[in-house]
Design a protein around this ligand. Structure first.
Ligand SMILES: [Zn+2]
Length: 1039
């Protein structure tokens, strides 16, 4: 195999940084940004030092050993502040770094247009156009120094300074993964290969566990036949990458997939995802995972474990595709394993893990490297008796500010190491100074604006009444600062169809007042005072309003709606109030009314399978592109709840949410009694969830590599600053890294994710996540340290990004190609010699093919004209925001047998492989993938079980059509099932609609789509066929 002949980088990985091709910015950032630099000393910064205590007397000069159980005591107490905090403003008089005065944010508020008050009456207002809206430039750049400003002569770090000692502490062997010594070199065969005799006799490799068996298969049975991938299956005589053959399996749909029946391998012989999860749970489940070891591979996302932060960010915040980066770009090219991190900066921590500590350095703000602006972290190396420190990211030697000085111990560590979160923990927060705020002013608390489409459809379906009812209680549960009595988030209300109605809900009013804006072309907010209010203060007026809205529009026959002006109105309202916030838009139909952002039906399924298929997923630019910029500039996140009965141009309507850290929810053909609960669960969770606003994220890396691409619901105005109008506990950003130099095994690869944001109470903070990885020149080390779940997250998001600009066929080819290459490279360089006919997979990636095949079969990528365009676009938007847990369960759903469950046990029955073969007529199964939950009832399932679960004597008596809830009955089976469902639901980011399907019923099709080991209903191979195909590709590559 010629490596040279196959080193082309996938085209889409070379795409310009930035999302969706927005290359035109809205002006360059000012030369001196407010974010991320030391400015002139701030004046009287009044933010309360939350959660920071005086440090108790610590054993002077005797920091505990790195693996000290000092953390252990607190880790079990929720939120226990046992940590020895640094004093408030521990360095209050530290002289700031001199910086020229900062450019102020442009004034955000415009003089409001005149307002008119009209109580409970709809009347069109003729209004002079508002003053020209001035765009507020979003300051960008948490950092001034860019990459490429590396020191010409980086000071040589003393050998003892290669990496802080604590992070090389050997990990207890019980954790399963021995620490990867940076210098350790494993023999090539150490990757625990998983050989599988797909053809030919078993080789010398040692199969792992019980799930993999050698399977001898005569060579002639190998797909000479036009089997799995249709007649276009590449023949053995073909040379070079054979991926051209693969897509044939998709475009033709199911008919083309059907070949002559193939000789079956034992399905148990191919690697099993459920087995891998169970093994990891058995090995590492219930354990404490301490993050003190560099390059340590964390337990799988499916495993229950407790994290103890000892210097690296918890895997709940950051996971990587591999924890051993290749030292050189050549090695990276050779193996084609993407180098990426999936970052979920606001991930929810379980009750028994310590929340992030908050560090307050007072007026001087956080300590940062002078050159690269990295924040103080455990990787910084203190030298010169503690007077200076060397930056772990750019090697610059910095003076330690006088107030921050501390003596070093005999190991060269600061005496106060364990008293300062920023010196000993992977994740923590800094209170940001005014330099990090717009206009050098503390931000106002954010606002939530509820914008309800009151057109005919939404009124008639009862949706408007449902929303209004729910808001009356939901507004009591707005997010609040930890320890605060109540939320300070302000709320506002808008209803709309072709025109917009704003409401004055000032507490002093006896009745809410409505103001109408009918000139939707020039959107403005007709009132300032009384629009955004505190719910507690205005409770009576708001409840009054929510009671009146459904009746006010009860007789409407208006079916046309506007959409872009609604978002515009929300942004204008936040602008006027000088705050960030979130819009909750409840919308039903494609906006066809005459207004900016009017859309037309462009759902042309004839484009599927053509070069132009991508246009179906591209947003209509113009108005929406500008709206994205306006929203991001204002810190205005948009959440869209859509209730469509037909095509709505999801790709365009979802454009603003998907670039502002927002979410899109879709409830097709919404019926209150069927979908109401599902929708309300989503709404509640969304309103309550922890969130940060007006966020900007920067990922810094050590020398030798850098972040090049970002995938998520983010906006990029340049190549480094990830802007998010809001970021919540479910948002994950996937970051790809590329080499720009050689990495050293000694110093490893360090990264720091810094997120500047505004809290729910209006405090400006910096959240820091640090992670250190190993670097290796041994491919076997790299493969051993891979994480399949993170890899598939990367591939899903990068492919879903690429499908906007490239033919679907190309995207699929790249995925298959890269899969074969990664595995072929392992086979060639790391596995022990064995027959070419044997498929050998790296242990850490042995289930990668099943995930990849599942990804190829997702609605967005499968390229079938049978699927709704909106559904495909919607799926794409959802995945772009997902973290590793979400993509894992999405691409390999959990199939749980219920008919033989132990009702006395607390645990959830062990999952089965997602294949029809695992179902049985006499069984009952639950399947969940994070979006849907199915209860599948076999034709011959036991009547007593049906009785216990549904309170009907037999399956025949059960109507499943439209049934989305289970009765709660007083018997062990019913209780157990409800407990399983509730336990699963708590783990998931979104509410899952429960669908009850009987075997052979019409509704079964949707269920079967999720049996990902089987052939796809809309095209796509079975797992077995895909594995055979990949094996064939590997063999081609190796010859
Ligand atoms: Zn630096």
């Amino acid at each position: 195999m010629s490596q040279q002949g196959y080193v082309a980088t996938p085209p889409y990985s070379q795409a310009q940084a930035g999302i969706g091709g927005y290359n035109t910015g809205f002006g360059n950032p000012p030369p001196q940004s407010h974010y991320g630099v030391y400015g002139s000393p701030p004046q009287a910064y009044s933010t309360a030092p939350t959660g920071v205590l005086k440090p108790p007397a610590s054993p002077a000069g005797m920091p505990p050993p790195p693996t000290s159980s000092q953390y252990g005591a607190q880790i079990q107490q929720n939120g226990a502040h046992g940590y020895q905090h640094p004093p408030v403003g521990s360095a209050p008089s530290m002289s700031p770094y001199g910086q020229p005065p900062q450019t102020a944010y442009q004034s955000m508020a415009q003089a409001p247009p005149p307002t008119q008050h009209m109580t409970n009456q709809m009347r069109a207002m003729t209004q002079a156009p508002p003053p020209a809206q001035q765009l507020t430039n979003q300051m960008s750049g948490m950092n001034i120094a860019g990459y490429g400003q590396r020191p010409m002569h980086a000071p040589q770090s003393p050998s003892s300074a290669a990496a802080p000692q604590p992070y090389q502490t050997p990990q207890p062997p019980a954790m399963g993964h021995p620490p990867m010594s940076p210098l350790g070199q494993q023999p090539p065969s150490m990757g625990s290969p998983t050989p599988m005799g797909m053809a030919g006799p078993p080789g010398p490799g040692v199969p792992l566990g019980g799930s993999v068996h050698h399977q001898a298969l005569g060579p002639q049975s190998y797909p000479q036949q036009p089997g799995p991938f249709g007649g276009q299956m590449a023949g053995p005589q073909m040379t070079g990458p054979q991926t051209g053959a693969f897509p044939g399996g998709f475009t033709g749909g199911p008919s083309q997939m059907a070949g002559p029946p193939q000789k079956k391998l034992d399905p148990d012989s191919i690697p099993s995802t459920t087995q891998v999860s169970e093994d990891d749970q058995a090995r590492r489940g219930g354990q404490v995972y301490a993050t003190n070891v560099r390059g340590q591979v964390p337990p799988l996302v499916t495993t229950n474990f407790t994290v103890q932060d000892q210097g690296n960010a918890s895997p709940r915040f950051m996971r990587c595709t591999t924890y051993s980066f290749p030292c050189t770009a050549d090695l990276a090219k050779q193996c084609k394993v993407p180098l990426a991190a999936v970052i979920k900066p606001f991930a929810t921590l379980p009750q028994n893990e310590t929340p992030l500590y908050i560090v307050n350095h007072g007026e001087v703000g956080p300590i940062r490297c002078n050159r690269c602006k990295a924040y103080m972290c455990p990787y910084m190396q203190f030298i010169d008796g503690g007077r200076r420190y060397q930056c772990a990211f750019c090697s610059c030697v910095n003076e330690v500010p006088a107030q921050y000085f501390q003596h070093l111990d005999h190991m060269g560590r600061r005496m106060d190491l364990y008293e300062r979160p920023e010196l000993s923990l992977g994740s923590y927060e800094f209170i940001a100074t005014l330099d990090y705020c717009r206009n050098n002013k503390p931000p106002n608390p954010p606002a939530y604006i509820f914008m309800i489409d009151v057109s005919y459809t939404n009124i008639k379906s009862g949706l408007v009444r449902l929303i209004c009812q729910e808001l009356k209680t939901l507004l009591d549960r707005l997010p609040k600062e930890e320890g605060a009595d109540s939320s300070v988030i302000k709320v506002g209300f808008v209803t709309y169809n072709k025109i917009l109605h704003f409401y004055n809900v000032k507490s002093a009013l006896a009745q809410p007042q409505m103001m109408v804006v009918s000139d939707v072309a020039e959107m403005f907010v007709p009132l300032l005072d009384g629009f955004l209010v505190n719910f507690n203060e205005s409770r009576a007026v708001i409840n009054n309003l929510l009671d009146q809205i459904p009746d006010m529009f009860a007789e409407t026959n208006e079916s046309e709606t506007v959409f872009a002006p609604v978002i515009q109105a929300g942004v204008e309202a936040l602008k006027a109030a000088e705050c960030s916030g979130k819009l909750f838009i409840f919308h039903s139909s494609m906006p066809t009314a005459e207004a900016p952002g009017k859309l037309k039906n462009r759902d042309d399924r004839k484009l599927v399978g053509t070069e132009k298929e991508k246009t179906l997923f591209q947003s209509q630019r113009g108005v929406y592109e500008q709206l994205v910029k306006d929203c991001v500039a204002q810190g205005c996140c948009v959440d869209l709840f859509l209730f469509p009965n037909q095509y709505v141009d999801m790709a365009t309507m979802g454009d603003v949410p998907s670039h502002t850290g927002g979410s899109v929810y879709k409830y097709s053909n919404f019926q209150v009694d069927v979908d109401g609960r599902h929708f309300l669960n989503d709404l509640r969770r969304d309103v309550e969830k922890s969130i940060g606003f007006d966020a900007i994220m920067r990922v810094r890396t050590g020398t030798g590599f850098r972040a090049t691409d970002f995938f998520g619901t983010v906006y990029m105005n340049n190549t480094t600053d990830v802007e998010m109008a809001a970021v919540d506990c479910d948002n994950a950003v996937t970051v790809e890294f590329k080499h720009d130099d050689t990495l050293s095994e000694e110093s490893g690869a360090v990264m720091q994710c810094a997120l500047l944001y505004t809290t729910v109470s209006g405090q400006r903070r910096l959240r820091i996540h640090n992670l250190s990885l190993n670097c290796t020149s041994q491919l076997s080390e790299l493969y051993k340290s891979c994480e399949t779940d993170a890899l598939i997250n990367f591939f899903a998001k990068s492919a879903y990004q690429a499908m906007l600009s490239q033919p679907m066929k190309t995207v699929r080819e790249i995925l298959v190609n890269q899969t074969a290459h990664m595995l072929a490279c392992y086979r060639k360089n790391c596995a022990s010699p064995s027959a070419a006919s044997q498929l050998i997979l790296p242990d850490a990636m042995k289930v990668f093919p099943v995930y990849m095949n599942s990804l190829l079969k997702t609605p967005s990528l499968v390229g079938s004209g049978d699927l709704s365009t909106d559904e495909r676009a919607f799926f794409r938007l959802m995945v772009m925001a997902m973290g590793v847990e979400e993509t894992q369960i999405l691409l390999y759903p959990r199939l749980i047998p219920l008919h033989n469950m132990d009702v006395s046990s607390e645990s959830i029955p062990q999952a089965l492989r997602c294949s029809e073969e695992r179902l049985s007529e006499t069984g009952v199964f639950l399947l969940e993938n994070g979006l849907f939950m199915f209860l599948w009832l076999g034709q011959a399932c036991p009547p007593d079980l049906i009785q216990n679960l549904f309170n009907v004597p037999s399956l025949g008596h059960l109507t499943t059509e439209g049934q989305t809830s289970l009765p709660a009955l007083d018997n062990p089976h019913s209780r157990k099932l409800h407990s399983i469902i509730s336990s699963i639901s708590q783990q998931r980011a979104k509410s899952m609609k429960l669908l009850i399907v009987k075997q052979k019923d019409r509704g079964e099709t949707l269920f079967r789509q999720h049996l990902v080991e089987d052939k796809g209903l809309h095209g796509g191979a079975s797992y077995m066929d895909f594995l055979c195909f990949v094996h064939r590709e590997i063999r081609q590559l190796l010859t």
